[in-house]
Design a protein around this ligand. Sequence first.
Ligand code: SF4
Ligand code: SF4
Ligand code: SF4
Length: 336
Amino acid sequence: MLGKKIKNGNIEDTLNRFLKDDQHLVLGFEKGENGVSLRAFKNYLDHYSLLNPIFSTNGALHLRRLFSKGTKIILMLRPCEIRAYIELIKLNQIEREDIIAVSIDCFGALSSKDKTDDIPAEADQLREYFKKTDTMRWACKVCRERRGVVGDAGIRIDRDGLFWAFSYTEKGDSFLSLIEGEPEESRTEMLMSGSEKQDQFQNDMKTFSKDFAKCTMCMNCRDMCPVCYCIDCVFNGDEYLPKGDALLNKILRSGPVQLPQGKELFHFIRMYHVSQTCVGCGACEEACPQGIPLTKYFKGISERLQGMFSYMSGRSFDESIPYLTFLEDELKNAED
Ligand code: SF4
Ligand code: SF4
Ligand code: SF4
């Protein structure tokens, strides 16, 4: 495949040239005293890091309801973040015109809740780190797409440890044109090959009640999920989650209730809402103060459902979300 080899400092130089325009921004990672974190860069890059070995939130969360034109943005994010961005475009939550989305090969991440101070951010050291320790978060261990193959362009690492930039769309071409040097054929195989790990999830709901018993209904999982985007969530009102007089009336009318109530309904409705767009990033689980293993349910259910429609969330800009498409003959072989 034709791409551009990235030499030392090349990406930083490229992004810095792009950022010289006051109307240009880069959303990417910054290495600071407290580790690597997400940053919106303006004018210049400071302590830029291509990789982020710590997962706290999905960067696409910050792009929802981005409709303004004229400000050009380059996203330099992980594959699960770019996939969420692509789903949000299909849901009309982002105007794509001025955005270039670049996915970067991802070696997995630690949870931000764990001890993160000794984790390296350089590709070779990070690979070694995860080989020696069993600290990678579960969502990353079972990640369906770690390769920088989604979005407009990708940054890939070959077996010799060289970094490459590849274009997948016209916008990707314009990203590559910003990088110095001529395109060349990449003859060495890429380090990461595709994976389809789909059978390790909880999708039969047997342990659901037990796992969710300690849910406090704080709704952090909803708020941090990049594809759970409704502004007027039904759980913000009294209809599904009555409080005060509404709760009193419900108890007097229907009998005693366990509080907080509506846990199952909340998670089932959310599961239904994100089942075709969930990218398995685990941001929901990361946000849960009760340590509930949300990813195994949400990723499990959604990948099973997406599989029925031969769909994969965020794989392509052109594939329509199944629930937005009507086909008379679909699901002929789906029994369950
Ligand atoms: S879920 Fe996949 S893409 Fe996202 S941080 Fe983990 S390994 Fe990387
Ligand atoms: S449900 Fe959880 S795993 Fe799925 S996209 Fe939302 S935050 Fe990520
Ligand atoms: S973040 Fe955890 S405790 Fe809060 S609503 Fe979600 S599952 Fe329940």
